[in-house]
Write a protein of this length. Structure first.
Length: 276
């Protein structure tokens, strides 16, 4: 399994770099949209074992919400409107699609949460790319997040003795979690050297520390949802990593946190909007 992870990373990382670096940002929007919709679909499979019209409502609303992250100066207002419409249309969908009343409360919660959990959080990737220096910001947080995952996985396998949360994820250990945070700090320093030399050392270390924690909380959160649904993996689309949601569960937490940190605590490395 470890070898497959390495091979997958060796193939994917250069492709991701070339894609972000050299293709027009509109293609980045397309890929993020595909990742989000696949992840959202996998999430709905936790509750709806077969694809149905309610999952389709959720995917459609998730897609529309993503488009608001592509906007310019009016994007904030658009996202406010879109979030309001998500709630209203989701409720109307259950009202007019003749859903079993016993399923309405749980079902509408699943549909709306799937939109917020996957589309809203990962939509910040589009906003991050939209910032001045957006390419380097994305490279930075991807390296940090992958560093956490890699450090936690291998340190846990080699030195893990004490279970971190046996009821949620029996394979995760305290030693692995510490290794993930340490790897995150190292990855942040490396990513700063490669892509964000203007970022201060203090901000670099703080981002590394926070990302090392929230990344693993994102992983545990998805594990909690899967255990609640009685599934092992969200899917099998990525070799050795399971489903799309299994691969981006850490990013679901790190991307929004990093985005708002950059905006409010590291304004020296970005501006609010750039030209696409």
């Amino acid at each position: 399994m470890g070898g497959k992870r390495v091979v997958t990373a060796i193939v994917l990382i250069p492709l991701i770099y070339l894609f972000i670096k050299y293709l027009h940002p509109i293609y980045f929007l397309f890929v993020v949209t595909a990742v989000v919709l696949i992840g959202q679909y996998e999430f709905y499979r936790f509750y709806y074992r077969e694809f149905n019209k309610l999952a389709l409502v959720g995917l459609s609303l998730g897609f529309l919400l993503l488009l608001t992250f592509y906007g310019g100066k009016d994007a904030f207002i658009a996202k406010e409107m879109a979030l309001s419409m998500v709630i209203l249309i989701a409720l109307l969908g259950f009202l007019f699609l003749k859903v079993n009343l016993k399923d309405a409360l749980t079902g509408v919660s699943v549909v709306v949460f799937g939109i917020l959990y996957v589309a809203w959080t990962l939509g910040h990737l589009i906003s991050l790319r939209h910032l001045f220096n957006g390419q380097n910001l994305i490279f930075f947080i991807l390296i940090v997040t992958w560093g956490v995952d890699t450090g936690a996985y291998y340190v846990g396998r080699l030195f893990g003795r004490h279970k971190l949360s046996p009821n949620i994820s029996p394979g995760k250990t305290v030693e692995g979690a510490i290794g993930g945070v340490m790897a995150s700090l190292g990855a942040a320093l490396l990513a700063r050297r490669l892509f964000l030399s203007e970022l201060t050392i203090n901000n670099t270390l703080l981002i590394g520390l926070v990302s090392g924690v929230v990344s693993q909380l994102g992983d545990l959160s998805e594990s909690m949802l899967k255990r609640s649904a009685g599934v092992k993996d969200s899917g099998s689309i990525i070799p050795a990593h399971g489903g799309m949601l299994d691969r981006v569960d850490s990013l679901i937490f790190t991307i929004p946190v990093f985005y708002y940190y950059v905006l409010y605590f590291a304004p020296e490395i970005t501006r609010i909007f750039s030209l696409w």
